[in-house]
Design a protein. Structure first.
Length: 333
């Protein structure tokens, strides 16, 4: 058993990165929540028609996918009542978001810089031309990529001490180990994760743990390249102490996977604790992060790319994870 004990902070925001300042990226920010919460609740259908003129694609995504409402017509009084109730119930969230996100400029700059790196590494990819902020159900979607936008659910970025997250209802949906990441700092990270998954959708199906680890590691490696100045804690979702502990105990973590014959295990019940959200990995100690397999997969991909420096990120995303593992010769000390 490995006990992850760490002190101090760990961040890696001084990496060398290509100059992308000359790469042209068009990006606008549209505050959908401002327009949505301003609609006339006594005349919802006419107000929605006006919204559809400004948000011809996103309004449908919001109503039917994010809000999960049935189809709307002039006779859908129940649906209109649901919208009216949502606006009333979430008005305090919107008011808080107005304060937290009074100035969205710094986040816009970070997202735009990330898109410049996306264009540098994936020149044929059509980057979304806009960020659309919205407020949706607390238990629903947060940051998603739509047909023409990076949509950001502000209700899950209000700051980790936001009162609603700390309430009994909030904790029942999002315990502290999840809600501690509900900060504005994660917006650009989540946007770039969604773009990576858009470039290379994850394949479904049962896979051995080692292949799952490497597949996630590939995406984290790419994320590291397109957000080179963002702290690794934000990209991994680990705390600084957890990430420091992972590096300090890298060899012990790998040895744990080996001695327990986990690498080629395909039983979800046996391997989910190494790949899914959790307060920690119980077998590795209370100070360890959940989803610790992603860290190991990331290190394997780093080792592989060190041996293949001319491989493009697009080629990496399309390389068989089994091949990456075997050729990396990953053997941490």
């Amino acid at each position: 058993m490995v006990l992850l004990i760490a002190i101090g902070l760990f961040s890696c925001n001084d990496k060398k990165a290509p100059d992308v300042s000359g790469i042209k990226v068009t990006l606008s920010v549209n505050r959908f929540e401002q327009d949505f919460f301003a609609i006339d609740t006594n005349n919802i259908m006419a107000s929605l028609q006006q919204l559809s003129n400004k948000y011809p694609r996103f309004l449908g995504d919001f109503l039917y996918n994010i809000m999960e409402l049935p189809g709307i017509s002039d006779t859908s009084l129940q649906t209109q009542a649901l919208l009216k109730k949502f606006i009333a119930d979430y008005r305090p969230v919107k008011d808080s978001a107005d304060n937290v996100f009074k100035n969205f400029g710094d986040i816009e700059k970070e997202v735009k810089k990330g898109l410049q790196f996306v264009k540098y590494y994936f020149p044929t990819y059509k980057t979304p031309p806009q960020v659309i902020t919205y407020i949706g159900p607390m238990e629903g979607y947060s940051d998603v990529i739509t047909r023409d936008a990076l949509a950001v659910g502000l209700q899950l970025h209000m700051g980790n001490n936001y009162s609603l997250y700390k309430s009994n209802i909030g904790q029942s949906v999002f315990p502290n180990y999840i809600s501690r990441r509900f900060t504005p700092d994660y917006i650009a990270v989540n946007c770039m994760k969604n773009i990576i998954n858009d470039i290379a959708p994850e394949k479904s199906g049962s896979r051995p743990l080692i292949e799952q680890m490497v597949e996630k590691g590939k995406r984290l490696y790419v994320l590291d390249k397109i957000l080179p100045f963002t702290d690794d804690t934000l990209k991994t979702g680990y705390t600084a102490q957890q990430l420091k502990g992972c590096y300090s105990n890298e060899g012990g973590i790998w040895n744990y996977f080996l001695t327990n014959n986990l690498l080629f295990n395909i039983d979800p019940a046996n391997i989910k604790s190494y790949m899914e959200e959790a307060p920690n990995t119980p077998e590795l100690g209370e100070a360890s992060p959940g989803a610790i397999g992603i860290f190991t997969g990331w290190q394997i991909v780093k080792k592989y790319m060190g041996k293949n420096p001319d491989l493009s990120l697009n080629e990496l995303l399309n390389t068989d994870p089994k091949k990456i593992f075997e050729e990396s010769k990953y053997r941490p000390g």
